[in-house]
Design a protein around this ligand. Structure first.
Ligand SMILES: [Zn+2]
Length: 353
């Protein structure tokens, strides 16, 4: 079963990438296929990331359901997608009906809105988990019901923390996603429909991860507790296993720079960066593996101006992925009258290769 995940120009690339990474990590019957319109970061090199962002037409964009499905249809035509394949649009547009997501039963097309979730879950939310929940829920609904009427007959008007909650009051969606579960009635429906076990396993294990993530995040914020971070220089990633395996991807230069700040718990004054050039160069070469002159110049060209830009890029990625509160342990900040530093207790930091 192929499921193509695509995005429109209103869905940020970082959101798309996070959703796709999480979905494609799940094992089972569903095979997630990357959008052919996006050259996603495979082997990211410095200064490539920003150019891949598409320009939105305008900020407040409304589309009808059929316009959203048309985007899926156009994608099918353009890339010759098999009619049995499913096409899922991550859309940054609002729709007139004010729904978060829906499906076109006739043609296996779907959309999920990527914006406005923070109105219900708060700004600390990592939106990709919710989007993954929606993707899995619609694929399961597609397996269980063959028409929109069938879906509407099966929904629960009164929310009970089940996938089939209708959520007329949009606020009820928080209950549905925090439980990421099915009620006994719906489980019985599944039993009667002969849904393949490896399909169900894939849905349930991803939901489990979502639940874990949301619960941990809420408690971590409440308890003000920090989670572990695993730095992987060759892959240029920061992994947060305690927050539901969130992965933050950095560019080579950002990675080297971040490692330098991790290695200096007492912080670095940006004016003295040149004193750390050798260490920085060392980290950089370990990541890129090249030893050319241009790369050396690249590193020595990191003056405090460039450094500030690097810091704000790194910090933005951390905040986008972890939310402001949790990210504050890992971002490079400058406390009053002190050099730039990363707050996280280094006992929570480990290196993987
Ligand atoms: Zn139910």
């Amino acid at each position: 079963m192929n499921v193509h995940i695509i995005r429109d120009e209103h869905c940020p690339l970082a959101v798309y990438q996070n959703v796709f990474d999480k979905l494609s990590k799940s094992a089972g019957l569903i095979r997630f296929v990357k959008s052919k319109d996006d050259a996603l970061i495979q082997d990211d090199t410095d200064d490539m990331f920003d150019e891949k962002e598409r320009k939105p037409i305008n900020k407040y964009h409304f589309l009808s359901f059929s316009q959203l499905y048309d985007i899926c249809e156009n994608y099918r035509k353009k890339h010759n997608i098999d009619t049995n394949d499913h096409v899922f649009l991550l859309s940054g547009a609002n729709n007139y009906q004010n729904w978060f997501s829906n499906m076109d039963h006739e043609r296996n097309n779907y959309f999920v809105q990527v914006t406005e979730w923070e109105l219900f879950f708060g700004a600390e939310l990592e939106v990709s988990f919710i989007l993954c929940y929606q993707v899995m829920a619609w694929l399961l609904k597609r397996k269980l019901f063959s028409s929109e009427t069938e879906v509407m007959d099966a929904v629960h008007k009164k929310a009970k923390g089940c996938m089939m909650d209708f959520c007329e009051n949009k606020r009820d969606i928080t209950l549905k996603i925090r439980t990421a579960d099915l009620c006994p009635d719906c489980l019985n429906t599944i039993k009667s429909k002969d849904v393949p076990l490896n399909f169900l396993n894939q849905v349930f294990s991803l939901w489990e991860e979502i639940r874990k993530n949301i619960a941990f995040r809420e408690r971590a914020e409440f308890l003000n507790r920090m989670g572990r971070m695993i730095i992987n220089p060759p892959r240029k990633t920061l992994l947060f296993p305690d927050y539901g395996d969130i992965v933050v991807k950095l560019q080579p230069k950002e990675m080297a720079f971040y490692q330098l700040f991790i290695s200096e718990p007492y912080g670095i004054n940006l004016h003295n960066l040149i004193d750390h050039a050798m260490t920085l160069k060392d980290y950089y070469f370990k990541i890129t593996g090249n030893d050319d002159i241009a790369a050396i110049e690249n590193i020595y060209a990191i003056n405090d101006n460039v450094a500030s830009q690097l810091i704000s890029k790194i910090n933005k990625k951390l905040v986008d992925n972890l939310g402001k509160t949790l990210a504050s342990y890992y971002t490079i900040e400058r406390p009053l009258n002190e050099p730039h530093k990363i707050r996280i207790n280094r006992e929570y930091v480990s290196l993987s290769s």
